[in-house]
Ligand binder design. Structure first.
Ligand code: FAD
Ligand code: NAD
Length: 467
């Protein structure tokens, strides 16, 4: 028997975009149905942000223990033997975190009185959706649709996923640490996971098509990461092309095609970007305008079809969880009648490499033409807290860019251990329209890494204290 539901709002996709939209809609008293084919939490929570950060954390602890077991020890701590790694337990611990969080999302949806259906949503027109659930077919005829179907990994035609060629999803659930790992693509995922596996003992090679890693960030910010890779025996081929695989590993072309070589690889991790999930659910039946590969939206996340909204990775860059959630929250409020627009001053981005990178707003090389700017940069080497927690020796720094005329902050970045936690303060400064004097006049707690933010503003004003 087919059940028909007629909710006010149908949300398709239970990732950080969709589940946040559904919870907010429920909080606002809107009759809401959420459809998710897999696990609640989507890419981010089940095979992206959270599991990768868990693996990165475990890899860091393992590396520390390895260092403590070496002859010289670590701050006087000596382990009498090298630690052993039971990787299946590491993966089990990571899976436990995912289970907890995914279950928590289910609880939050129930609390907000959202009806959750498990199954694949398929549209025959913009307002008619069917879902094959474990309990039978459900037809949904909502007033509003929020599309939050997310994205999937880009596959290279000459290195299709399967066998030793894996995407980030498989990399986060391997049975063992590969002795040799070739990573195709030196962007976010390639570097975050490549570094984690290097710490876990893999011999890692990164193959990047462009002449630099992490092309989203400027060279000054990525230099400490490159230094770490170099010091830890990770081979990086820049301006290199993957060609295919053979029995030994990954076949690549370097030096503009002048030479070819095989990178030894038990596993080949392909991380060359992600593409919006636009196929298999009836997008073509919904008369939606597109913008390249993405669904086109306006500043309220409205698509070209009335009362159809789209959010998250489906609608474009940056493909980040916090952007998806912010859009989801806003769309639910728009549907309930609030006057909202998605118009952030800046969206912070963090790369959880070693060391970490955080960036908000403009970098010095993006300063608008004709606008005079000042830059203040403060090294963690001169920050007591950084030195006391092994965060001062990796050439990290905080850097602030401001307009010379009125000292308005245009962008702020940092590279160093633990700097991901700066993202909130950086984004707040941008949203509040802060000037250098706001940061300089804020007493930052001693001893904290955050004092480097204060000092970077003082430096831009010409009177840093500790350098
Ligand atoms: P998704 O999270 O992809 O969720 C979409 C959901 O929709 C999926 O669960 C899918 O099953 C479901 N779905 C799709 N179509 C249908 C259908 N027809 N019917 C039913 N269900 C459907 N971002 C960060 O901000 N920080 C990070 O540290 C970070 N790390 C990452 C690490 C990795 C390895 C990866 C792969 C990504 C990472 N990201 C990170 C990106 C982040 O995961 C995405 O930006 C975010 O998940 C996008 O949210 P979303 O809701 O748009 O889509
Ligand atoms: P990415 O866009 O970050 O990096 C892809 C890299 O692959 C680029 O440097 C590109 O030049 C390179 N490349 C493309 N084709 C290539 C080829 N044929 N050979 C060699 N190199 C090639 O993509 P990603 O690492 O797959 O991550 C996808 C998205 O997921 C990110 O853009 C980001 O939005 C999100 N993500 C975010 C975080 C975070 O916020 N910390 C972490 C992981 C993923």
């Amino acid at each position: 028997m087919t059940e028909t539901l007629r909710p006010k709002v149908l949300v398709v996709g239970g990732g950080p975009g969709g589940y946040v939209a559904a919870i907010r809609a429920g909080q606002l008293g809107l009759d809401t149905v959420l459809v998710e084919s897999g696990r609640l939490g989507g890419t981010c929570l089940t095979r992206g942000c959270i599991p990768s950060k868990a693996l990165i954390h475990a890899a860091g602890l393992y590396e520390e223990a390895m260092l403590a077991s070496a002859e010289v020890g670590r701050f006087g701590i000596h382990l009498s033997q090298a630690p052993s790694l039971r990787f299946e337990e590491t993966i089990g611990w990571k899976d436990g975190i995912v289970d907890r969080l995914s279950g928590g999302v289910g609880g939050l949806l129930r609390k907000a009185k959202v009806k959750t259906l498990t199954g694949w949503a398929s549209f025959s027109d913009a307002k008619t959706c069917t879902v094959e659930t474990p309990d039978g077919l459900v037809t949904i005829r909502p007033e509003h649709v929020i599309l939050a179907t997310g994205s999937t990994a880009v596959e290279l035609p000459f290195l299709p996923f399967g066998g030793k060629v894996i995407s980030s999803t498989e990399a986060l659930s391997l049975a063992e640490v590969p002795a040799t790992l070739a990573v195709v693509g030196g962007g976010y995922i390639g570097l975050e996971l490549g570094i984690a596996f290097a710490k876990l003992g893999s011999k890692v090679t990164i193959v990047e098509a462009l002449d630099r890693i992490l092309p989203l960030y400027d060279a000054a910010l990525t230099a400490p990461v490159l230094r770490w890779l170099d010091k830890h025996g990770v081979t990086v081929h820049l301006g290199a092309k993957a060609l295919g695989q053979d029995d030994e590993g990954l076949l690549i072309e370097t030096a503009g095609g002048k030479s070819q070589l095989t990178v030894p690889a038990d596993r080949i991790l392909v991380t060359v970007g992600r593409k919006p999930l636009t196929e298999g659910w009836g997008l073509d039946q919904m008369a939606l305008a597109m913008e390249g590969r993405f669904v086109k939206i306006d500043d309220r996340c409205a698509t070209s079809t009335t009362h159809v909204w789209a959010i998250g990775d489906l609608v474009g860059e940056p493909m980040l969880a916090h952007k998806a959630s912010a859009q989801g929250e806003m769309v639910a409020e728009v549907i309930s009648g609030h006057r909202r627009r998605f118009d952030p001053v800046a969206i912070a981005a963090v790369c959880f490499t070693e060391p970490e990178i955080v960036s908000v707003g403009l970098t010095p090389d993006q300063a608008p033409e004709g606008v005079e700017t000042v830059v203040g940069q403060f090294p963690f080497q001169a920050n007591g807290r950084a030195l006391s927690m092994q965060a001062g020796d990796d050439a990290g720094f905080v850097r602030v860019l401001a307009r010379k005329a009125d000292h308005r902050i245009l962008g702020i970045q940092a590279v160093g251990r633990h700097v991901s936690e700066f993202a909130g303060e950086f984004a707040t400064l941008m949203e509040m329209g802060a000037v250098l004097e706001d940061v300089a006049g804020t007493i930052h707690v001693h001893p904290t890494l955050g004092e480097a933010i204060h000092e970077s503003a003082l430096k831009a004003l010409g009177h840093a204290i500790h350098i």
